[in-house]
Ligand binder design. Sequence first.
Ligand code: IMO
Ligand code: MG
Length: 447
Amino acid sequence: MTVTVVVGAQFGDEAKGKITDYLAADARYVVRTGGGPNAGHSIHLAEGSVVLHQLACGVLRHGVTGVSGPGMVIDPFRLEEEIRELEGKHLLKGTILLSERAHVLLPIHQIEDAWEEEVRSAASPKGGVGTTRTGIGPAYADRAGRWGIRMADLARPAILSERLDLLYASKGHLKGLPPKDELQTRLVEVGGRLAPMIRATEPLLWEAIANGENVILEGAQSALLDVDFGTYPYVTSSHPTSAGALMGSGIPPQELDEVLGVTKAYCTRVGAGPFPTEVGGEVGEYLQREGHERGATTGRLRQVGWLDLVLLRYVAKLNGFTSLAVTKVDVLGGFDEVPVAVQYVTPHGDTLTDYPPAIAEDLAGVQPVYQKFPGWPKFNERLKERLRTDGAHALPSTLRRFLAFVAQETQVPVEYVSFGADRDDTLWLGRGAPARSAGADLPAWSG
Ligand code: IMO
Ligand code: MG
């Protein structure tokens, strides 16, 4: 029995969905613990591909329940579309449950998100956060401000009406809001359709854990987008860390067994904010093309750069990673050399190795120092097939050295390597025994 939390170790889009889907084969519950329609988790199956936004990827497997958990802000209208799309593609195999405590993300929040971005951009050229404009910030702000509406409220028209009155009273600054009565009617209707899925989900998880079943907490966004520990203010409005996953599910800390950090072998970021290891030019365009680095939610081209060990060491400590999954190693195949940022030098000449400056502008001003690794071959179909059949033994030696270095530098064993988008393009390297500090005791293939 294990409770595992899957955490994004960079700026999002690390293939958390793909890794969670891989682990979900042995799970009873998969729980999305935060965020909402800002997430885009792409899953490629033999039967077809899908991007999950608000559903946990457990819903793609028979016998697994995907919970959209209490820490989320759920847009019920988009959720219905997502469910319809899954049904249309015959990919809905598991069960869907929605937490009654999750907040409802309303069309009002989307309008407010766009308004906030305009206000920021008008006030300062660098003011925009570059949000996904799905309403996340305003929905979480209303949650914290106690103006929010929760999934449970949808079944209680009188209470819903009072809450909507309050909410509308707080939105005098916004234009073009839908009339309250119209929104109320739509919410009651959608609430009625979703009612069979809306539950108290924490007791189910407590019971599953007591019965020795596997539970996976599927992180959305990433630790570096955490509202407190990320690159504030260029962050999302939730807590995409291991601690946040507990708050967002109602599972207590002592039940948590594994914290799996997911990182690409390089790095990407979408939206505004500092990105010390960003690369442009031909190399950048190559990575964008080869890695299909376009936002699954917004269609925006992602900025790309090299793996940043300063940030990864920080995030490993912050979340207590017990293991790492390194994804998209195939995208770097064919490079003569692969640079990795091992430290920063600040404009004052100070060296930083494992803790970034708190002020985003200061992080933007650091100079990364790179160590270069010999590259590994291009990932053709033959190499992929050998990896699928022979496992870790087929890993190119230069790639092993790169992975060993990442493990050593973060003090976290690399347990999974992903080398393609398909479900079977993930390699399990074995447990990095004996402990989380075992950089030297790398997976099976090292000794
Ligand atoms: P997944 O789960 C990548 C980024 C946005 C923006 C900032 C704030 O697919 O990894 P928000 O709409 O959340 O207020 O935007 O956070 N962002 C993501 N970037 N993947 C995501 O989710 C993201 N969710 C939010 O681009 O910079
Ligand atoms: Mg994304």
